[in-house]
Design a protein. Structure first.
Length: 94
């Protein structure tokens, strides 16, 4: 991996962190707890990549907006399944 790849990974992690924090904020009970736990893992992943890039990266705001729209229109289950599907495809490409 080169520095550009590190920056992409770092941006992806901070974006996912922000998405999960927003989902937690818009959820209650156990769902909110789960989202917060996932968000913290994403934040740790972001910190890992930051060690290599030495840069702060802003999240992808359009992606965050897209996921929040999905959550509001289609609800919790659909959004989670959609996120899982996208993440699985990303993992397959690595």
């Amino acid at each position: 991996m080169n520095n550009i790849d590190f920056l992409k990974e770092q941006k992806n992690e901070i974006t996912n962190y922000t998405i999960y924090k927003k989902l937690a904020k818009n959820s209650r009970g156990k769902n909110a707890q789960v989202f917060n736990k996932i968000a913290e893992k994403e934040k740790n992943h972001y910190a890992f990549w930051k060690q290599f890039t030495k840069k702060d990266i802003a999240p992808a705001h359009l992606k965050i907006f897209f996921y929040m729209i999905l959550f509001r229109i289609f609800g919790f289950i659909f959004t989670i399944k959609f996120i899982e599907k996208i993440e699985k495809k990303l993992e397959e490409n690595h």
